[in-house]
Design a protein around this ligand. Structure first.
Ligand code: PEP
Length: 254
């Protein structure tokens, strides 16, 4: 059986502060991602660096993504950036609904509008979902299910191949430890089950699910092998080309 390519997404957040450093990190990662057999890397820098990094893309193993998008393509929307602008600046992916944006007031309905607008422009949408905390009664599963359903509301089945769900338990983001692989596996299945209930079994099985939250070279193998995810969404370690490249290299050994 052919190994399925893993998607490794680096979310740079509000870093680095200058474009020379941005180029250095990108080139450092590119060296390894272009050689990788079983993964594709997507670097999501601040908007401003997209057009700086676009000329540095080589081949199909590395691409650019944005960290957010607005749902209109133009108009009186101060401070926003549109799908068409992102696409022209070199992005082919966009992270939507990251917990840090949700914490600033982004709702499922806004996420849904953004996903629809991104897809319309031909961008692939990486939709982030994840619970703030867990409870013994499993209410967090209802929360997660509602987040997925609302974010994908009225999105057609044929668009699902351009959607990737990033499961990021908020309590595991920016911490020392990630969710362990066997617990993650339950969540991978849960996300696929929600999609199956919405769109049918095959759609659920085909949905790409990423994990994000304190991924490092130390826990990569457990997360990918035992968690059975289709890739990773990486924050801090994506700014360190050495660690990030180690993660890419490790995935080839699995
Ligand atoms: C994130 O912010 O999406 C993230 C996963 O961050 P970190 O890898 O630093 O936990």
């Amino acid at each position: 059986m052919k190994k399925k390519e893993k998607l490794i997404v680096g979310n740079w957040k509000l870093n680095p502060t200058d474009k020379e450093t941005a180029k250095k990190i990108f080139v450092g990662v590119r060296q390894f991602s272009t050689k990788s057999k079983y993964s594709k890397t997507v670097i999501c820098p601040p908007f401003h660096y997209l057009s700086v990094l676009q000329p540095l893309i080589k081949g199909k193993k590395i691409a650019l993504g944005a960290q957010d998008v607005f749902w209109e393509n133009e108009g009186a929307f101060t401070g926003e950036i549109s799908p068409v602008m992102l696409s022209k600046a070199g992005a082919s992916y966009v992270i939507i609904g990251h917990s840090e944006r949700r914490a600033m007031g982004e709702t499922d309905e806004m996420v849904n509008r953004k996903v629809k607008a991104a897809l319309k422009e031909g961008l692939r949408a990486i939709v982030c979902v994840g619970e703030k905390e867990r409870d013994a009664h499993g209410h967090y599963l209802e929360f997660l299910s509602a987040q997925i359903r609302n974010s994908l509301d009225k999105i057609q089945k044929k668009s699902l191949s351009d959607i990737i769900i990033a499961y990021e338990p908020i309590w595991a983001i920016g911490k020392k430890e990630a969710l362990n692989g066997s617990l993650l596996y339950e969540m991978t299945l849960f996300v696929k089950k929600v999609i199956s209930d919405m769109y049918g079994y095959d759609a659920g099985m085909d949905m790409r699910v990423l994990y994000g939250g304190s991924v490092t070279p130390v826990n990569t193998v457990d997360i990918i092998s035992n968690g059975q995810v289709d890739g990773l969404l990486i924050g801090r370690q994506s700014l360190d080309p050495e660690s990030f490249s180690e993660i890419i290299t490790l995935i080839d050994t699995l």
